[in-house]
Write a protein that binds this ligand. Structure first.
Ligand code: NDP
Ligand code: HSE
Length: 449
């Protein structure tokens, strides 16, 4: 029988993730002690309301509303409350009192990461956050440690489970956006305020964390280009399917190729999150439900893919517990916690500087010369056309019955070759104000080709 050291663990939050973490700490105590070399004593669980219903039964005597009182004297503090305050204040209290911190709070790390990492460095404590990006998938540690000797050039992935669940169900079953969002909430995938998911704030926070780790820089959240999925409707999903694509909310972090437009030191990155078209034969197209997948391209390692559950209480608890075991081992071994890599300040390029392919859908009058006019606007904008498809829309019956029939409309779906976003945007603005274009129905980027 090994005489383990006893470590006091404070848990802040017993929601979707926290309740599962508490359950595992209590029911798998012996195994966790074997792996970490310490008895992990769950000293208490801070919540807002000790009487609130929980996903799992937790001993009533462990629940408290006094988070600060619980933190003091703890060796490891697990923060799973979410949000900025009081999570930030509690983490700083924990670090300043010598505790190691484990958190899944990407909103906090993407906005106050520098302050928290500095506070940890000052006292030689560790801050671990595997659960903050892509739920159960190990991606933080691979970027921070395993790939530290390589040069990452690009990351592209699906990093939000809720939106992938919504888009997947809309694609597969024609499900209604609001209905599926409610189901994602009930399953514990969504943030406390699901706007964070559907407007891609959550994915943008994760992209900022991923890019900071991958490029050893500090990416401010405001520099991440963000577009959510609330504008994606059934017609866009059906149109994508008909053209051989699926719509996915993607996070893309990449080093931009040097082309003379860069800043002083010649290095620039792009960090962006938006719904994009992905070919149905691309591996990202088969990421279903609340799963996530992250592709990493590094100079020496080549292409790596990380795949698995991107959200969910029990799944995310796995990542949290992994960090807890590491923190316990460090606590036992002593010495200072392994901090973040020294961070540079690589400029983040505005969205106008990226280059990708696009699909532009226009509603136009079905008349001679219209296609030529559209083609000339594209050509003047330097946009090279790869594919064009036209469908003629049948006038509504009541319109057809009128004396002066409504003009026939056609829908043009134009696929472009690679183009600079700035040039594309300027050209779409010209198309939009042109006499022959009734309406710009949608403009979607095409990624992964
Ligand atoms: P929930 O909203 O389900 O739970 C939050 C918990 O924190 C609740 O128990 C709540 O108490 C408690 N809490 C909130 N504010 C306070 C406060 N001011 N004082 C005391 N307790 C408080 O969140 P999740 O479990 O879903 O997420 C937790 C964290 O993990 C977030 O940062 C989230 O982004 C992250 N995460 C979540 C994933 C998921 O799939 N859900 C996946 C990966 C990361 P009470 O119960 O009494 O209301
Ligand atoms: N709300 C987040 C998601 C939880 O849906 O991905 C995991 O970070």
């Amino acid at each position: 029988m090994i005489d383990h050291r006893r470590l006091r663990v404070a848990l802040l939050g017993a929601g979707s993730v926290g309740s599962q973490v508490a359950h595992l700490l209590l029911t798998q105590a012996a195994e966790l002690a074997e792996r970490s070399g310490a008895d992990l004593e769950l000293a208490g669980i801070a919540v807002r309301d000790v009487d609130a219903p929980r996903d799992v039964d937790l001993p009533r005597e462990l629940l408290t509303t006094d988070a600060e009182g619980l933190i003091v004297g703890s060796d490891i503090v697990i923060e799973l409350m979410g949000g900025i305050e009081p999570a930030r204040a509690h983490i700083l209290t924990a670090l300043n009192s010598g505790a190691d911190v484990v958190t899944g709070n990407k909103a906090l790390l993407a906005t106050h990461g520098a302050e928290i990492f500095d506070a940890a460095d000052q006292v030689g404590a560790s801050v671990s956050y595997e659960a903050a990006v892509a739920g159960a998938i190990p991606i933080v540690r691979p970027l921070k440690d395993s790939l530290a000797g390589d040069r990452v050039v690009r990351i592209m992935g699906i990093v939000n489970g809720t939106t992938n669940y919504i888009l997947d169900r809309m694609d597969k079953e024609g499900a209604d956006f609001a209905d599926v969002l409610a189901q994602a909430q009930a399953l514990g995938y969504a943030e406390a305020d699901p706007t964070a998911d559907v407007e891609a704030y959550d994915a943008a926070q994760k992209a900022a964390i991923l890019a900071s780790l991958a490029f050893h820089t500090s990416v401010p959240l405001e520099a991440v280009h963000r577009e959510g999925i609330t504008s994606i409707d059934k017609a866009m999903i059906d149109g994508a399917r008909a053209a051989g694509y699926v719509i996915k909310l993607l996070a893309v972090c990449e080093r931009l190729p040097a082309d003379g437009d860069q800043g002083e030191d010649g290095e620039e990155i792009s960090v962006r999150v938006y719904p994009a078209l992905v070919g149905r034969d691309h591996p990202l197209a088969s990421v279903h439900g609340a799963n996530n997948a992250v592709f990493v391209e590094a100079e020496a390692a080549g292409a790596l893919m990380f795949y698995g559950a991107g959200a969910g209480g029990i799944q995310t608890a796995s990542a949290v517990l992994g960090d807890v075991v590491s923190a316990a081992r460090r606590h036992i071994a002593g010495g200072v916690g392994v901090g973040e890599s020294p961070r540079m300040s690589v400029p983040v390029a505005p969205i106008g500087r990226i280059t990708t392919r696009y699909q532009i859908t226009l509603e136009v009058d079905d008349e001679p010369g219209v296609l030529a006019h559209v083609a000339s606007i594209l050509s003047e904008g330097g946009i090279s056309v790869a594919t064009v498809e036209q469908t003629v829309e049948q006038p509504a019956e009541e319109a057809a019955a009128e004396q002066a029939p409504a003009p026939r409309r056609a829908r043009l779906v134009i696929g472009t070759h690679h183009a600079r976003e700035q040039a594309l945007g300027d050209t779409v603005a010209r198309l939009s104000s042109s006499d022959v274009v009734e309406r710009v129905v949608s403009v979607l980027r095409v990624e992964g080709e």
